[in-house]
Write a protein that binds this ligand. Structure first.
Ligand code: C2E
Ligand code: SIN
Ligand code: SIN
Ligand code: FE
Length: 386
């Protein structure tokens, strides 16, 4: 029974071919981007490896104590398939989840004892997905052919589900970690900014304009380092540029007047304080693309293109690109905002000042990009007002 069934479903029972498919699925699981995680991709990948007619991934929703369909392949999903009450006796999936035990129904005839079993499919194989802390969901394989799953297939499916349990758990942990790190970092940035600014939209505006500027540069051959990943990273890391202001005393930071020379020397240290803080965070908790770029930006966003900025007097391409981008975004926003020491400038005045600083304070290529898209950049303030 099993041998002919394998031929029907796979066209070939070549084990090494299946192992290769399994390997490639594994690689995909490992490389899955936690921010763009798609359970549906996972299910499609599994369906392809196993070559069965139908696959379904259900994960347990703890708050409602239900199984939720996260991905399905090969059959038409019915509204009543989407959420399963755990005590629903008509669904084999619920039994598998509760009892943490695989159920194998070789042919529908064998299941007649279970009269209410979903009868769209002729053979079914449903596994619990068991992570460290217990069952997290179930994965079902189905076929329209009776007796479709031979012992070899049961082993392959069991292996896949084990691998999936491991990957799902890793993804969950990584996502939680990345979310909480983002939240902590953003909280710190807000705290730093809140002392001297109307924080309303300041961070959001800097992030949005840095993201746009990077996006406009992406297709140019001179900027091979700008990828979609770079753009997503700078869109968050830009918020960290002034995080070092946490270390600047109120009498300097909140002075309503012009800073004297000594006070400005103190103020300049916000670059180094911020970069060191982020670098220490990384040495304690492992490198993290966003924090790494944040540290670069914090350290170098007051460097000038002509080498007269601070803290290191770097010039031109010695200044990391993310910092050059944020420098333009930061100064435009600072000029058009009210500060304790200055009133807000009009857009045109700010643009004149950027133009005058091109090749002196700012990377001329970035000023040019800024000028050719000024309307979009000006609109950012409407989106994120103070
Ligand atoms: P910030 O207020 O966020 O300003 C960021 C940058 O925007 C400044 O970097 C400067 O390049 C530009 N900018 C801001 N306002 C003006 C302006 O009125 N004219 C011109 N030409 N550029 C402006 P900078 O100068 O390195 O200052 C870094 C930080 O030091 C400022 O951040 C602010 O927190 C503080 N700061 C600078 N000057 C004064 C001041 O006269 N009084 C006080 N209380 N703080 C100041
Ligand atoms: C289904 O029966 O709903 C799809 C395949 C399975 O989960 O067994
Ligand atoms: C500088 O002001 O020194 C460089 C540009 C900036 O303010 O970010
Ligand atoms: Fe700054």
């Amino acid at each position: 029974m099993a041998d002919s069934a394998i031929d029907v479903r796979h066209g070939s029972s070549d084990l090494s071919q299946k192992l290769r498919a399994l390997q490639s699925l594994n690689t995909r699981l490992m490389c899955m981007d936690i921010d763009n995680l798609s359970y549906q991709d996972l299910v499609d990948g599994v369906a392809k490896v196993v070559g069965c007619d139908a696959c379904a991934l259900y994960l347990h929703d703890r708050t409602r104590d239900e199984l939720v369909l996260e991905g399905a392949a090969g059959y038409e999903v019915d509204e009543r398939d989407r959420r399963l009450q755990l005590d629903d006796a008509s669904r084999i999936h619920c039994q598998v989840f509760r009892e943490e035990y695989m159920v194998y129904i070789p042919t529908r005839d064998d299941a007649t004892g279970n009269a209410s079993f979903d009868n769209r499919l002729d053979s079914n194989l449903v596994f619990p997905i068991i992570a460290n802390q217990g069952p997290v969901g179930v994965f079902g394989f189905g076929s329209y052919v009776a007796g479709a799953f031979g012992p070899e297939d049961v082993d392959l499916c069991a292996m896949l589900v084990d691998q999936m349990a491991y990957s799902l758990e890793n993804m969950r942990l990584l996502r939680e970690l990345s979310r909480s790190r983002d939240a902590v970092i953003r909280g710190m940035a807000l705290l730093a900014e809140s002392r001297d600014k109307n924080i309303g939209g300041h961070l959001d505006r800097i992030c949005a304009s840095a993201k746009l500027l990077a996006g406009w540069l992406m297709d140019r051959p001179e900027y091979p380092e700008i990828t979609h990943g770079f753009i997503e990273t700078i869109a968050r890391a830009a918020a960290l540029h002034d995080i070092g202001k946490v270390g600047i005393p109120d009498r300097v930071l909140l002075k309503a007047d012009k800073l004297n020379e000594a006070e400005f020397e103190v103020m300049k240290t916000h670059t180094v304080i911020g970069a060191d803080l982020l670098e220490n965070l990384m040495s304690a908790h492992g490198s993290y693309t966003m924090i790494k770029m944040g540290a670069e930006i914090a350290r170098a966003h007051h460097e000038w293109w002509d080498g007269t900025g601070y803290p290191l007097a770097l010039e031109r391409n010695q200044i990391p690109l993310p910092a050059r981008i944020v420098a333009v975004a930061d100064v435009y926003d600072a000029l058009t905002s009210k500060r304790v020491y200055k009133s807000a400038w009009e857009h045109d005045e700010a643009v004149d000042s950027l133009r005058a600083g091109s090749g002196k304070q700012f990377d001329p290529a970035l000023v040019a990009i800024f000028l050719s898209h000024q309307d979009d950049l000006q609109d950012i303030r409407l989106q994120y007002p103070d």
